[in-house]
Design a protein around this ligand. Structure first.
Ligand SMILES: [Zn+2]
Ligand SMILES: [Zn+2]
Length: 620
């Protein structure tokens, strides 16, 4: 049974949903009393919800899969059967839906689903072998088309997602056209597991999320902080070259500011609740004011409070508005690594990629309509430069354009035409792959979303670049044009990497923790073969530290083999092995994390090489 009113199924979804029917067939061959509810395709697979006294566990998967394999080998055709409502109800009542034939009890969930189908909608059954289900389809032609499948998980779920309804068992699986595609999928999953940034973040000591601090609030440990700082410096430097000036703004601002911008109360559900001034709170408490009253007063503005900053834009706007601007000053480009707070649902939080406190690589450009295209081009250009430097060379952009049939948009249609054309031109000019998606623009302006593919082919949505006609109007922004009349600037919001948290999370997985030299928290580890060479080791460390290379000495009493293994586990790009021969000649034996032994060079040569590779931001 698939849900109605959803987009048409892709071929793979059709195959996977068909496998859900095969799953039900297999389960019924073992437990004929099972009662099935819904079995849609989902991302990466499918599930089927069922009620059954036996608690299905992964130990049962072999047995169920064996039955499913038989159904596939029988190459049963999926037969579509339109029926009238009466017939369908009769079948449900005699227990024949999602069943291998009539049973003594009704197919209760199918009966319920059937009663929810509107009168004017066609009712169809699908049959494969002796299994009949109520389903809108579509399916593959025969069960034999399922080339590879696997059950992956079992969980519990309430019927209709409603806690007052019965709790069901949800059996998950996945399917592909071929066995090979199935195997590749699991190999990719395995690789992704190894690269999981939550696991690597813990093992490499990069960040920590502490329940006492709060879910979704990342603590950057010293090694993670180095990576973040290096990235931040790199991005800042690129932005400086593009004519941005840096600003700093506080973490909270008055509710009124966000009322003007429209961020409050409209996005209340995704924000931390407002803060109230202590005296006001005391006064209201003395008066016996209830929480509900206070909430209403904050909402209608009879009490002002502060908001933990959900967006940096209004503060940058206030910086722009704090001094007069002539057309000659434009564009004004303000950049800030601004930390904002969002109330993400706790179920959606995970490592660094979904957090409640995030630092955006934010920036706002105030410019004229004529300058829009050049500014968008520069924004894309800097984004691409940063991504390429990190070895993320496979990326694309999604252009979110307006829905031509809707009238919900702020700004004149001519402005929109111009802005959309500017986005297209900019994308063309930087030679990026892009797709245009009508109706995906915000009400205040068109946008570009960045999507990158990492080394194992996974796509990550990063940040956006948005044109905005709304905020300059809400804040009544001006510049003085060449004919001395006040004009309205257009605004661009840009945070191409989304947030440093998310971007670092993606990078940890992309590099599998083996950061390139310039980003590595520890760049060189000096490994004396014995204590006799400790002093020489410290001298080398000092030489490196002097020129800003992050180097340490391994001064433990471990054997050299163990020292190398540990440095390798810590993913340190270079190891220098020092013994008597090296010390006498002022040499170092170089070992690379990825290429192994690289031979002996003079200490000076190595220092020069490391310095050069850091400067070039060399990738391995
Ligand atoms: Zn179906
Ligand atoms: Zn903004």
């Amino acid at each position: 049974m698939s849900d109605k009113n959803t987009a048409p199924m892709t071929d793979l979804e059709r195959l996977r949903h068909s496998t859900a029917h095969v799953l039900a067939t297999g389960i019924l061959r073992i437990w004929p009393e099972a009662q099935f509810a819904a079995g849609p395709p989902v991302e990466n697979g499918f599930y089927y919800d069922l009620e059954l006294d036996h608690r299905i566990s992964p130990e049962d998967f072999d047995r169920i899969e064996a039955e499913m394999r038989k159904v596939i080998q029988e190459n049963q055709p999926f037969e579509r059967m339109p029926v009238d409502r009466k017939r369908a109800l009769d079948l449900a009542k005699e227990g024949s839906l999602a069943a291998l034939g009539p049973r003594s009890v009704p197919s209760k969930f199918k009966l319920d689903i059937l009663q929810r189908i509107p009168d004017d909608e066609e009712i169809t059954l699908y049959r494969n072998g002796n299994f009949t289900d109520l389903c809108a389809g579509p399916h593959v032609a025969t069960t034999g088309e399922i080339g590879g499948f696997k059950l992956t998980n079992v969980a519990s779920a309430y019927y209709q997602g409603d806690e007052s309804q019965p709790q069901l068992q949800r059996v998950y699986g996945t399917a592909f056209k071929t066995e090979q595609e199935l195997n590749e999928y699991f190999a990719r999953l395995e690789e992704a597991k190894k690269r999981d940034h939550r696991k690597l973040g813990r093992e490499l000591g990069l960040f920590h999320i502490d329940e006492d601090v709060g879910p979704g609030l990342a603590l950057w440990k010293p090694k993670g902080a180095v990576i973040r700082r290096e990235l931040q410096n790199f991005i800042s430097e690129e932005l400086r070259k593009q004519g941005y000036t840096e600003v700093f703004t506080p973490h909270i601002g008055k509710l009124n500011l966000y009322r003007t911008s429209g961020h409050y109360p409209y996005y209340q559900d995704s924000q931390f609740p407002p803060l109230v001034e202590p005296e006001v709170l005391r006064h209201l408490a003395d008066e016996g004011c209830s929480c509900a009253t206070l909430a209403n007063m904050l909402k209608d503005g009879s009490v002002d409070g502060y908001l933990l900053k959900p967006m940096n834009c209004p503060m940058h706007i206030k910086i722009y508005a704090s001094s007069p601007h002539s057309y000659r000053d434009l564009p004004v480009r303000l950049a800030e690594f601004g930390t904002v707070y969002r109330w993400e649902q706790s179920g959606e939080l995970g490592g660094l990629t979904r957090v409640r406190g995030l630092t955006q690589d934010d920036g706002h450009i105030f410019c004229t309509d004529e300058q829009l295209q050049e500014e968008l081009f520069r924004t894309l250009d800097v984004g691409i430069r940063v991504l390429s430097t990190l070895g993320l060379t496979d990326f694309r952009a999604r252009l979110g354009l307006r829905d031509p049939d809707s009238s919900k948009y702020v700004g004149a249609p001519e402005q929109w035409d111009k802005a959309e054309q500017a986005l297209r031109q900019a994308a063309k000019k930087v030679n990026i792959n892009w797709s245009e998606e009508q109706g995906e623009a915000a009400f205040y302006g068109p946008k570009i979303d960045f999507v990158v593919k990492d080394v194992i082919g996974r796509e990550w949505q990063l940040g956006t670049v948005q044109v905005d006609y709304n905020l300059p109007q809400r804040f009544d922004l001006h510049y003085i044009s060449s004919d001395n009349s006040p004009k309205r600037p257009v605004m661009i919001h840009r945070a191409p990497f989304g947030s440093l948290e998310r971007f670092c999370g993606v990078l940890i997985e992309h590099f599998a923790g083996s950061f390139p030299l310039w980003l590595a928290p520890e760049q060189v580890r000096v490994l004396p073969i014995s204590d006799k060479h400790l002093e020489y080791a410290r001298k080398i460390e000092h030489m490196l530290s002097e020129i800003g290379v992050r180097a340490t000495v391994s001064d433990s009493s471990d054997k050299i083999g163990a020292k190398i293994r540990l440095a390798q586990l810590d993913k340190v790009p270079y190891m220098l092995v020092l013994g008597a021969r090296e010390e006498q000649a002022a040499n170092v034996a170089v070992r690379s994390r990825s290429r192994g032994d690289e031979g002996v060079v003079s200490a000076l040569q190595f220092v020069e090489r490391v310095q050069r590779e850091i400067k070039e931001k060399k990738l391995e």
